[in-house]
Design a protein around this ligand. Structure first.
Ligand SMILES: [Fe+2]
Length: 212
């Protein structure tokens, strides 16, 4: 485990995370497991910069960091389920907010994530569930943990696309600017492929730009 986890988490917290990793390793295909762990690794680095700051209270930093680790490990848990299965769960449990979410194979794993994580891991913490739910599309007024997960998911070491090194550098210098650039890249990616844009995107984009 990384140096931050090693030095700040309690024995019990470390054991919980190790058990969680073992558990998902047995459930996920290797590539997805590797991505989840690399997302955690990148997030730990950003946590060292943005969570463990002198202005935060130590106990709240550790609690926040522990939640971040859980969100990272489980953020793509929904991907181990087939699309049809996720649609059925979303309909049965009324967890998709709109038809758009229901009809989007690339988004539904995140919207179904909170339900699945609650059901299979007994996790009920709203901050963790929220980070997982919106790690694909972001949302209005993201917390520092939400931002770190959103960015780490897209910039972890296994990802490969143009400008990645620049974005990684930016993430260490200014997380808000990095969020803006990563969010912008996602919008451009969707538009360039003539795909449907998540309806909340303009509101989230305005918020990330510092607007209302
Ligand atoms: Fe992911």
């Amino acid at each position: 485990m990384d140096y931050i986890s090693d030095s700040v988490l309690s024995k019990k917290q470390k054991k919980y995370l190790e058990d969680l990793k073992k558990d998902i390793r047995s459930k996920m295909y290797p590539e997805l497991y590797r991505h989840s762990i690399s997302t955690l690794k990148f997030a730990e680095e950003l946590a060292g910069i943005y969570i463990f700051t002198s202005s935060n209270k130590k106990s709240s930093m550790i609690e926040s960091f522990f939640k971040l680790c859980i969100s990272c490990i489980l953020h793509d848990y929904g991907k181990i389920f087939r699309y049809e299965e996720l649609v059925k769960i979303a309909k049965d449990e009324k967890i998709a907010g709109s038809e758009f979410e229901l009809n989007s194979p690339s988004l539904i794993h995140s919207f179904a994530g909170p339900y699945l994580v609650k059901r299979d891991f007994d996790i009920i913490d709203e901050e963790i569930l929220n980070s997982i739910k919106f790690h694909t599309v972001g949302y209005y007024n993201m917390s520092i943990n939400d931002k770190i997960l959103y960015i780490s998911d897209k910039l972890e070491e296994n990802r490969k696309y143009d400008r990645l090194e620049n974005l990684r550098k930016l993430s260490r210098e200014n997380i808000d600017l990095c969020l803006l650039e990563v969010y912008k890249s996602n919008i451009i990616y969707v538009l360039n492929r003539n795909k449907l844009l998540y309806p909340e995107t303009s509101r989230i984009w305005n918020n990330i730009c510092g607007g209302k």
